[in-house]
Design a protein around this ligand. Sequence first.
Ligand SMILES: Cc1cc2nc3c(=O)[nH]c(=O)nc-3n(C[C@H](O)[C@H](O)[C@H](O)COP(=O)(O)OP(=O)(O)OC[C@H]3O[C@@H](n4cnc5c(N)ncnc54)[C@H](O)[C@@H]3O)c2cc1C
Length: 296
Amino acid sequence: MSPEVKVAIVGAGPAGIAAAMQLKRSGIAPLLFEYGRVGGLLHNANLVENYPGFPYGIGGAELAALFRKQLEHVGVEICCEEVLTLDHTGGDFIIETTGRMVTAGIVVLASGTKPQKFTGSEITEGATGKIFYDIDPLRERTGMMIAIVGAGDAAFDYALNLAQKNRAVIINRGSTSRALPLLQQRAQASPRIEERTETRIEKIEGTGEGLVLHLAAPGGKGSLSVDSLLVATGRGPRLDYLVSGLCSRVGRLQAEGALHLVGDVRQGEYRQATIAVGDGVRAAMQIFHGLRGNAR
Ligand SMILES: Cc1cc2nc3c(=O)[nH]c(=O)nc-3n(C[C@H](O)[C@H](O)[C@H](O)COP(=O)(O)OP(=O)(O)OC[C@H]3O[C@@H](n4cnc5c(N)ncnc54)[C@H](O)[C@@H]3O)c2cc1C
């Protein structure tokens, strides 16, 4: 194995963490870049019940903390830097971070997703500071009325999380929800959660205190006063640091084993921590066998 081949990983969510730990086990010390929190999107999850090993489920932030502990235990160092650009020239990747420029022979992209901007509603100026795409700023709130726009697992998970200390209203423009029946049943059983289906937000108006949502539903138009709005209407891959010339070469570099996309950043339909972890381990094993000249 060539000792000069450096492996860099962009993102320390479940996928990047799993890849880093498996590489370390194989005798390869990767450069693991993370600009946010170790554990990534998992911090947003209320209760993770499908991750083997936790018979009663585990909070997302708690699981992320265990991941971090395990990284430290196996001796993987985290570079607290944002990858600003990634290019590939002369057979090497050039990585520009907030702190330095480094080269690497192999790169694992584990940068997850970013929320899709909420569009289609008129939003007045005073409203923007009360519209959130992440549950973190709302986590410590109590006694508030929080609207959540969306209809998938994330919207229901957010509602169940926030309704522990607040009231939540899920605004779904469709007539049915795509969320797991289990989450829907729990939300229906909660006196603090209301779901409004076939309801569109036409306008979001900022008031001194909060927001007024102007809604349109088959029964007519109306308004709803809330303290904040949390958007859960979908996420797309976070790959904005790839220089434009690299995007067209991603497929070829993947086929050569130089570039690996793992976890949610892949365009996959199914985005789960459990899948991301498996992806990360698989990529690390492919890298190890590839470097040994024993590709499988
Ligand atoms: C509300 C909610 C509930 C969920 N519940 C569950 C559940 O019960 N079970 C389950 O299995 N999954 C659940 N998930 C999904 C799970 O959180 C994700 O599938 C998983 O976190 C994806 O892991 P990842 O490593 O691919 O990406 P992410 O977790 O998104 O991690 C990507 C990391 O990359 C970092 N990053 C991005 N760009 C850069 C850059 N340029 N430089 C440096 N770092 C960068 C980010 O800061 C982030 O930490 C839930 C998600 C949500 C939103």
